[in-house]
Ligand binder design. Structure first.
Ligand code: NDP
Length: 401
């Protein structure tokens, strides 16, 4: 039995903590440490009320202060730090792990607070330091990135000699009944969807304007939806790790109302991350917008419908063409009944727990910095079935043009 330090106490952390407490054989102890200790204490009360044998502790910490975090790690001595705070804190948490000798797992790659740009280079640069310290850093272990990388490794291992194309399709068919809300951290979400798009083709990035490429897709158990091509972080690692892949694209569904609100907010400058002065104070418009938007954690109760996230692969096996679609369908209300969160937090928190568990037990432990697709996908796929995200295979899927 091991000890995990969960950093952050938002929607995703809450699900991961519930799942660690369900998996007491692996997680004997959980400490939830975040900026606002009251949220950690409230979560502990909910976890304790489930009757879990896992012991839960809480602590206040500023994860951008590597020295303070390292001191907490030295005192608590966790086996694994599960970073479920914000992408801005990735590097300080990795620094703290190196200083205190703790394995590291996260779900989103580093993004500098003052530039809406996320990429792996900053974290991949830690490779030799983690190798020398004999520590594992597992990057991007949510759903996308995360499960989409595990799906790719699984497809590669079992069904393809070579994968030629990967289309990652992320559909949220849920409805919260509000005119506008984001289903995970609004600041991170809006930075992602207002950025220019891009995809990988023939060894290079192809750049697009934001939301320039639109397609329709009929999602199993959800129905037809419009989806838009976005830049997404797993494209960067899959392009390196899936040998022979020619094209990787990422599509996400958005409804008309969401897009109209977003366009409006952009047009009036509310999505800007450039600080402005207001009443003698410096504020960042997007951070102010986050403060007035609904907290994603509060959407759980009112969200109905399903998510469908998966990958469509094309390629060859034994000289024959293969098309393969691997996806998960998750029901918002079922998630809410189980852990009090909607499916977006659920589909991220469950894989985060599975990844932390595989590092904890040693099944996915290797000194260095790795993306999920670099490990054996089979134990992770077993975990998905066991912990609430079963998957479906389709060998004659509709392809995206
Ligand atoms: P939330 O905003 O709900 O939670 C973030 C938490 O981090 C909050 O509890 C916040 O504290 C805490 N936090 C922020 N700054 C600090 C700090 N300096 N020190 C300590 N704690 C801090 O976000 P989500 O739960 O929705 O998302 C969590 C992560 O998961 C994000 O990185 C997001 O990008 C990622 N994600 C990944 C997905 C995937 O599939 N890979 C999908 C969805 C999300 P406070 O409570 O005080 O605000």
């Amino acid at each position: 039995m091991g000890r995990v330090l969960i950093i952050g106490c938002g929607g995703v952390a809450s699900v991961a903590a519930h799942k660690c407490c369900q998996n007491s054989e692996v997680f004997g102890e959980v400490m939830v440490a975040s900026r606002t200790k009251g949220k950690c204490d409230a979560l502990k009360a909910r976890l304790d009320a489930t009757g879990t044998p896992t012991a839960v502790y809480t602590q206040r910490v500023d994860a951008s202060d590597a020295a303070a975090l390292a001191a907490l790690m030295r005192e608590y001595r966790p086996d694994v730090a599960l970073n479920l705070a914000l992408p801005y804190q990735d590097l300080s948490i990795m620094d703290a792990c190196l200083e205190a000798g703790v394995h590291y797992v996260d779900t989103a790659n580093y993004e500098p607070p003052d530039t809406a740009k996320f990429e792996y280079s900053w974290q991949w640069a830690y490779r030799s330091r983690f190798e020398e310290a004999g520590l594992t850093a597992l990057l991007g272990c949510g759903f996308d990135p995360g499960v989409t990388g595990v799906f790719s490794a699984y497809a590669q291992k079992h069904y393809f000699d070579v994968i030629r194309t990967i289309d990652i399709l992320d559909c949220n068919g849920g409805d919260h009944g509000l005119p506008f809300a984001t289903n995970f951290n609004p600041e991170i979400n809006i930075r992602e969807v207002t950025a220019p798009g891009s995809y990988w083709e023939d060894g290079a990035w192809v750049h697009t304007a934001p939301m320039e490429i639109k397609r329709g897709y009929d999602f199993p158990q959800v129905g037809p939806r419009d989806m838009y091509l976005l830049h997404h972080e797993e494209i960067e690692s899959l392009a390196v790790n899936i040998k022979g892949v020619r094209r990787i694209r990422f599509f996400m569904t958005f409804g008309e109302s969401y897009l109209t609100h977003l366009r409006c907010l952009e047009n009036v400058g509310m999505t800007s991350i450039k600080p402005i002065e207001y009443n003698g104070m410096e504020i960042v418009p997007l951070q102010f917008l986050k403060a007035v938007l609904p907290d994603p954690a509060s959407l759980g109760e009112r969200t109905r419908g399903k998510t469908n996230i998966g990958c469509v692969f094309t390629g060859e096996k034994g000289g024959r063409p293969v098309n393969y679609y691997l996806y998960n369908v998750c029901d918002h209300q079922e998630c809410y009944r189980e852990v009090g969160s909607q499916a977006i937090s659920y589909t991220t928190g469950v894989p985060a727990m599975i990844g932390a568990g595989l590092v904890m037990t040693g099944a996915w432990r290797r000194p260095g910095v790795y993306n999920v697709e670099e490990f054996d996908p089979d134990p992770f796929m077993d975990g998905l079935g066991k912990w609430g995200l079963p998957w479906t295979e389709d060998f004659s899927p509709v392809l995206v043009d």
